[in-house]
Design a protein around this ligand. Structure first.
Ligand code: NI
Length: 162
């Protein structure tokens, strides 16, 4: 497993719509392993393939929160249901030293393929739901800074963290 370089904002790969994985090959599995190492090494809780320069619809998630090193891959993930709305602070490994408030669905149902190519369905809420939505945005060339909420009373806090 290798730790890969993380692409940062300004890199066109982060603004490109990633392609579906048509077939899960050894190369896909290697990519997933390397994305897991890269996420854990950088203390991230989620990572999308475009962030390591690969324009394919693959994301990895750290399961069990920041203290866990378990890594789960979702291939061709798709949100099929969403409920509620919650605003919370986010950051991104591709946008160092910047954080901001983003509104996301509170609960989601996601369909995807796992590493073995099996169809899976995940229900997620709160933090995990937020991370999955953030990572799927990456697959569509969308970054959290595109979605910042800049209400007047939050503006001071936001600018301090930029
Ligand atoms: Ni990100």
């Amino acid at each position: 497993m290798a730790v890969l370089n993380i692409r940062e904002i300004g890199d066109p790969v982060l603004r490109t719509r990633a392609k579906d994985v048509v077939k899960i090959t050894d190369k896909t599995l290697r990519l997933i392993d390397n994305m897991c190492s890269t996420m854990i090494e950088n203390e991230g809780i989620g990572l999308a393939a475009p962030q390591v320069g690969v324009s394919q619809r693959v994301i990895v998630l750290r399961e069990g929160g920041e203290d866990e090193n378990n890594c789960r891959a979702l291939i061709n993930p798709k949100i099929v249901e969403q409920k509620g709305k919650k605003t919370a602070e986010e950051g991104c490994l591709s946008i160092p030293d910047r954080r901001g408030l983003v509104a996301r669905a509170k609960k989601i149902t996601v369909k995807a393929l796992n590493k073995k190519g099996e169809k899976i369905s995940i229900q997620a809420e709160e933090m995990l739901a937020r991370v999955i939505q953030h990572e799927i945005d990456h697959l569509n060339g969308v970054l959290f800074v595109d979605k910042l909420i800049e209400m007047e009373d939050q503006f001071d806090n936001l600018t301090k963290t930029r």
